[in-house]
Design a protein around this ligand. Structure first.
Ligand SMILES: [Zn+2]
Length: 279
């Protein structure tokens, strides 16, 4: 596999990194980013803000590969509450317009953030599909694909089967999967999930953890078998960037060095040894 571009999820666009941080990301070799939209992002009132963000990214020579749509209980697309669902659908539609404005070709969306394991899951899945259909119609004419993310245990679409039941209800050129390695590691299903979603991956969130909770560690600092992830990704049709969704408070530069070493290994795994392994 040729060397993939390196990307970084930069978090909430509104409270996200200052311009200096963007410059630093580029300095380390990152070429693209994934900002996240607020629930009320890209209202008409926010236009100057989004224009400023676009200028900042351009100045730092960072392209926007993807955006993360708003998520959470207030905007849950699978909610039984009509008002919440409507708010969520509107928020994700706005994010789609924001994505197109920033030049992103992919928008990461959560099917649903509620849903404990013993609850009815069919109802939420159906409601989520309905909301996504509406969002997709709104995306007609803009070049933004929807990437449905595998979520951590206790949420809708943690299981591959559930995720694929929604993904395969839509055309492959419009809806795919955002493979989140950290979430699948908590669920203990990374291997089988990668197998099941392989043909539909259109973006990734690469991060590690010890299997207990979301920790957004750099690959190698947790328990994920990265050789397995690398091999599964390389044998999938996915040819996009390695989008890292990592954080190491207080040690940003050091973290970026480790991220770039990991990316280097992804491209040269047959001649390089994996740069770090804590477990
Ligand atoms: Zn993620």
């Amino acid at each position: 596999m040729a060397k993939r571009p390196v990307g970084c999820a930069i978090g909430n666009l509104r409270n996200g990194p200052a311009a200096e941080r963007l410059g630093a990301i580029r300095f380390f070799g990152v070429e693209c980013i994934e900002p996240q939209f607020d629930i009320d992002a890209f209202d008409a009132d926010d236009e100057p803000f989004v224009h400023a963000a676009r200028d900042q990214f351009k100045q730092a020579r960072l392209s926007v590969w993807s955006v993360h749509a708003p998520f959470g209980l207030e905007v849950d697309l699978s909610s039984a509450d009509t008002a919440i669902r409507a708010r969520g659908t509107a928020a994700v539609k706005r994010a789609a317009r924001g994505a197109a404005f920033l030049g992103a070709g992919v928008m990461v969306v959560h099917c649903g953030d509620l849903c404990g394991s013993n609850q009815d899951r069919q109802g939420p899945l159906e409601r989520s599909k309905e909301a996504l259909s509406e969002i997709l119609t709104a995306c007609d004419g803009i070049n933004v694909r929807i990437a449905l993310e595998n979520l951590p245990p206790g949420r809708l679409t943690c299981e591959a089967e559930e995720l694929m039941s929604v993904v395969t209800a839509f055309p492959a050129d419009r809806v795919g999967v955002c493979l989140d390695t950290g979430h699948a590691n908590i669920a203990g299903t990374l291997n089988s999930l990668m197998d099941a979603v392989s043909s539909r991956i259109i973006t990734v969130h690469l991060h590690d953890n010890d299997g207990s909770e979301d920790q957004h560690l750099v690959p190698g600092d947790g328990t994920i078998d990265w050789q397995m992830v690398r091999s599964a990704l390389d044998s999938s049709p996915y040819d996009g960037p390695l989008m890292f969704e990592v954080d190491r408070p207080g040690a940003y530069a050091e973290m970026m060095v480790d991220v770039m070493k990991t990316a280097e290994w992804f491209a040269n795994w047959n001649t390089h040894t994996f740069p770090r392994r804590k477990y």
